[in-house]
Design a protein around this ligand. Structure first.
Ligand SMILES: C[S@@+](CC[C@H](N)C(=O)[O-])C[C@H]1O[C@@H](n2cnc3c(N)ncnc32)[C@H](O)[C@@H]1O
Length: 245
């Protein structure tokens, strides 16, 4: 079990205190090796550092850098996920991204015209996402709604209607095969293996949306052993697409 704290840098004492209070994490004025992860503010916003990870800090930015460039250049034709969720048929679909993570894929769909509800259960990921969305200047930001919750509970109780439910439950990526992105390494280190894919798929089915899309490793079985209507295969993973009656 990883230990996290908020680091009160001289740059931002007050905000750090508020964050520590809201996440119920200890506030440290100096970094300690006994803590696995620190959240701290810089002039660019909230940042996460893994004390024992040789990865450099994790900072989400939708305004500049590689992610924002990808979002700017994205098109429905070139993004397999956009075709999997059916944006070529319903451009302004309301999509629940039930495993939001760092919001990369959810925001990509928003940038392509979808209305997105991002649901994430890790309070640390939610804090990073919330901060990045508050700083986000892109017009698609309007179409993004962030919910801090477990998606099984959320989908069981929400009155919202979704055209599409997207699931990307955490799966192990083998680093010798593919260069695993820093963000994914952070997610894996922070959350460890998670096995709620079937539970998420079950609750998604109960909502009877137009489509359910599940990201899976290429050779992994489908969730609940349920054959998808079609698959879109990429190099290291695939999208299983269920088109519901
Ligand atoms: C592989 S990551 C998703 C990455 C995401 N697709 C992206 O583009 O950033 C899986 C995320 O789903 C979250 N998650 C897993 N099960 C969940 C659940 N039942 N409810 C909410 N979030 C969940 C994990 O905390 C993790 O952040």
């Amino acid at each position: 079990m990883s230990i996290a704290a908020v680091w009160a840098t001289p740059f931002s004492q007050e905000k750090a205190q508020q964050l520590a209070d809201s996440l119920q994490l200890p506030l440290h004025s100096e970094k300690s090796a006994a803590v696995d992860f620190y959240l701290y503010y810089t002039s660019n916003g909230l940042t996460l550092i893994g004390t024992h990870l040789n990865l450099g800090p994790l900072h989400l930015d939708f305004n500049q850098g590689a992610l924002s460039q990808r979002l700017e250049k994205a098109s429905i034709r070139n993004e397999a996920l956009a075709r999997a969720v059916g944006l070529h048929k319903k451009r302004d679909a309301h999509i629940c991204d039930a495993t939001a993570g760092i919001g990369r894929e959810g925001c990509l769909l928003a940038a392509l015209g979808a209305q997105i509800t991002l649901v994430e259960r890790s309070p640390i990921m939610v804090a990073l996402l919330k901060d990045a969305l508050e700083r986000c200047e892109a017009p698609w930001r309007e179409g993004v709604h962030l919910v801090a919750a477990d998606s099984v509970d959320f989908l069981n109780t929400t009155l919202a209607e979704f055209d599409v439910i997207y699931l990307d439950p955490m799966f192990e990526v083998h680093s010798h095969k593919a260069q695993v992105k820093k963000e994914m390494q952070y997610l894996q280190a922070l959350m460890g293996p998670q096995e709620d894919g079937d539970a998420l798929f079950r609750v998604a089915l109960s909502r009877n949306p137009w489509r359910i899309v599940v990201k899976r490793p290429l050779k992994a079985p489908s969730l609940l052993a349920q054959k998808p209507d079609f698959c879109l295969k990429l190099k290291t993973y695939r999208f299983d697409v269920y088109v519901l009656p």
